[in-house]
Design a protein around this ligand. Structure first.
Ligand code: GAL
Length: 715
């Protein structure tokens, strides 16, 4: 005890004497994962709430990692401002990550502040999903375990001491503006991280050997990537915010009568007696018989997802139980539950379990758990950073962690009941890879939406580029293609009375004036949705790889081709699983360039073969998916179903791309529980030896979900 006091005192005195280099300790946590700690670490950090244990066996199966620098070269300094961490960086290194960034992709040379916000502006680092985690194409990842607002200078600072030591010979003197810009921002041999107010820090180091391996290690360390319920990979449609029970039922009937695939119906705010803040009580005016509604929807093969946020209205039965377990500021007159406290999470979860989940609600949309600290005046909402919570966490840290803690609270219910789900959430943070929750946004820039698909993969996040109204049919179809080629296909009609494919214009849609060609657009959308349904077995396997191996199902090309310079800044095309490459187009494009990496590739629509390592100009028609398949891939496409039922048997056609042998795997389990954790799954190996196809099944799951009907060669 005495010793401890002396140690703390020493640090205290030194801090106030000025700048110290703190003694750092390095600890190995799992194969290829190290932690460096120094000083007095905050009680509330992202890692302190990490949901799951590391998947150590899978971590051990990765090739041995190696850092391109000595781990002791990571410097931690504690001074009277806070903590500064410096991580070595070489001249050629490219950096990625920091969560769900909207604007930037390659982060080299940038100053990034990954701070949670609902309306990210100016590409400064604000995002729904901030992460204090980045990865390098030299094959490692660095995570600063802090929930404070930290700033990362990614090789763009210039230190006097470094300047005296070595001035790169290529460097110009900076006499003119032109010289200044020609210096290419390569001014530092460090990433420098500023964490004001901290008295100590933990730095997690994820080794490669390559970029993808480093990300795999991060995801596996966080418990493995999320494996959503299989029905979550179908189409999700959210009805208008003020729809009542009858209107929601009518919309459900529209889908089934017109044979438009849909698995999930999302119900928006008005289902509750109070929404801003929330009562979590069905409104008798809008939904007079919720049980009958859930039963009838379930019977028709829909899963129901309920909108809510976490600010608890005085009208809510949760208000009294949470009153002493909430922050000292209100939001929309509602309590902010202290989700850092297990007891508060338990109260919130217990109520949801009994009132909703056990009554058949399959998922929730966890809204408003970000912040609006850069909105103007009265538009700003949420609790201030200076808030205090009974657990001891402050408003700043609570903001960064609120989305993750909310996910933890709600996902915990499903795990307890051995039921899988697929949630929507508007904020996330570090170590959240295992949460089956798709981030979404009120922003609506298609280019940014595409970039976020790539960026989500660097930080263990899932991104859902939703579709709402559109400027033109072209805009609508392009956006819909992106949605179908993403982790969650979401059509969010929360302010549209009719589906957007019947009227893309918001006002006319709500006035009931459908487009003249509404039925044609509907037919195109049906086809697109059917494609999504065909892709489910392939996607489901990609998610299983995310869970068991940590490989993001949607990822930037630099992850698979880290040595190919042409991929370093490629932020508008991405891999889906191992064999598909998507290159979406936006409204403004009739034509775009696509870079195809080494190997041969096939156009999904025309089967035209392309030699990789080159850039091509492509001009897909509006009804053609911007998709390429790598030679040696078997693409297993299922006969589309309108929704996925329990025990579904998908009828598969295997499309074999290329002359030689090809292979693919499918993941087979009940799709709905965590029994796979106890080994109740099969690996279905699809093999083509150049002449014939073979299906080899191994594992303990007793049923068949996939029936291979035929093989088709594409050469
Ligand atoms: C927003 C959310 C929208 C919709 C709306 C309902 O905050 O991002 O998707 O749910 O609330 O009021």
């Amino acid at each position: 005890m005495k010793k401890k006091v002396i140690r703390v005192l020493t640090i205290f005195i030194l801090i106030h004497a000025g700048f110290i280099k703190a003694d750092a300790q390095v600890e190995s946590l799992a194969p290829g994962v190290e932690k460096i700690s120094s000083g007095i670490v905050d009680k509330f950090t992202p890692y302190s709430f990490c949901e799951e244990l590391p998947l150590k066996t899978a971590l051990g199966e990765l090739p041995a990692g190696k850092l391109p620098f000595n781990i002791n070269d990571i410097k931690i300094n504690i001074n009277n401002r806070g903590v500064v961490v410096e991580i070595p960086l070489d001249d050629k290194e490219q950096l990625y990550g920091f969560g769900l960034q909207l604007g930037s992709f390659n982060q080299r040379g940038l100053k990034i502040r990954p701070i949670v916000n609902d309306n990210p502006l100016n590409d400064l680092g604000y995002t729904h999903g901030p992460a204090t985690f980045y990865v390098s194409n030299r094959g490692y990842g660095i995570l600063i375990n802090t929930a404070r607002y930290a700033t990362f200078y990614c090789g763009n600072t210039e230190k006097l001491s470094d300047h005296n030591n070595a001035i790169p010979s290529t460097r110009k003197d900076g006499n003119s503006v032109q010289d200044l810009y020609q210096n290419d921002n390569q001014t530092s041999s460090n990433v420098t991280v500023d964490i004001p107010g901290a008295k100590g820090i933990e730095v997690f180091v994820f080794e490669g050997p390559d970029l993808k391996n480093a990300i795999q290690r991060y995801n596996l360390f966080a418990g493995g990537g999320a494996l959503p319920a299989i029905w979550g990979l179908g189409i999700k449609y959210r009805v208008k915010a003020d729809f009542n029970q009858q209107e929601a039922e009518k919309m459900a009937a529209y889908f089934r009568n017109n044979h438009i695939p849909c698995d999930v119906l999302g119900i928006e705010p008005k289902w509750q007696t109070a929404a801003y803040s929330c009562s979590y009580v069905w409104s008798k005016d809008y939904f007079p018989s919720p049980d009958a509604f859930i039963d009838s929807m379930t019977h028709q093969g829909f899963h129901i997802n309920l909108w809510e946020h976490a600010f608890v209205s005085p009208k809510s039965p949760l208000y009294q139980p949470l009153k002493n377990k909430a922050g000292n500021y209100l939001v929309w007159n509602g309590l902010v539950p202290d989700f850092a406290d297990t007891a508060a999470r338990k109260i919130f979860a217990g109520y949801h379990e009994h009132t909703f989940v056990k009554e058949g609600i399959s998922g929730f949309k966890l809204d408003e758990c970000d912040n609006s600290n850069i909105a103007f005046g009265s538009n700003a909402w949420s609790f201030p950073e200076l808030s205090q919570f009974p657990s001891g966490i402050d408003g700043e840290k609570m903001h960064q962690l609120f989305g993750v803690l909310y996910q933890k609270t709600i996902y915990g219910i499903y795990k307890k009941l051995n039921l899988r789900t697929y949630l929507d959430v508007r904020a996330s943070n570090d170590f959240a890879s295992s949460y089956p929750a798709a981030l979404y946004s009120d922003t609506y820039d298609h280019n940014q939406y595409i970039k976020m698909i790539l960026n989500s993969g660097f930080s263990g996040m899932i991104w859902s580029p939703e579709v709402r109204e559109s400027n033109s049919i072209k805009d609508f179809i392009r956006r819909s293609q992106t949605a179908v080629l993403s982790a969650q296909s979401l059509f969010n009609s929360w302010y549209l009375r009719n589906p957007p494919w019947l009227q893309i214009n918001r006002k006319m849609n709500n006035d009931g004036q459908l487009m003249d060609n509404a039925r044609e657009v509907e037919a195109d959308i049906r086809k697109l949705f059917e494609f999504r349904m065909s892709l489910i077995p392939y996607l489901y396997n990609a998610f299983a790889m995310y869970h068991f191996k940590g490989i993001p199902p949607f990822r930037a090309l630099v992850m698979d081709y880290p040595d190919d310079k042409n991929t370093f800044n490629l932020s508008d095309e991405y891999m889906i699983g191992d064999g598909l490459l998507a290159a979406p187009l936006t409204e403004k494009q009739d034509e775009r360039t696509v870079y195809l990496p080494a190997g041969y590739w096939y156009d999904y629509n025309t089967n035209q073969k392309y030699q990789g390592g080159k850039q091509y100009s492509i001009k897909p028609a509006l009804n053609q998916l911007p998709l390429f398949i790598k030679e040696g891939t078997i693409l297993p496409l299922a006969k589309p179903v309108e929704h996925v039922t329990a025990g579904e048997v998908f009828e598969i056609t295997c499309y074999v791309y290329g002359q030689g042998p090809a292979s693919a795997t499918l993941f087979e389990d009940d799709g709905n529980t965590f029994n796979y954790d106890a080994g109740a799954f099969n690996t279905v190996q699809l093999n083509w030896d150049g002449r014939k196809g073979k299906v080899v099944r191994s594992g303990k799951f007793k049923h068949y979900n996939y029936l291979v009907k035929s093989w088709q060669l594409i050469r």
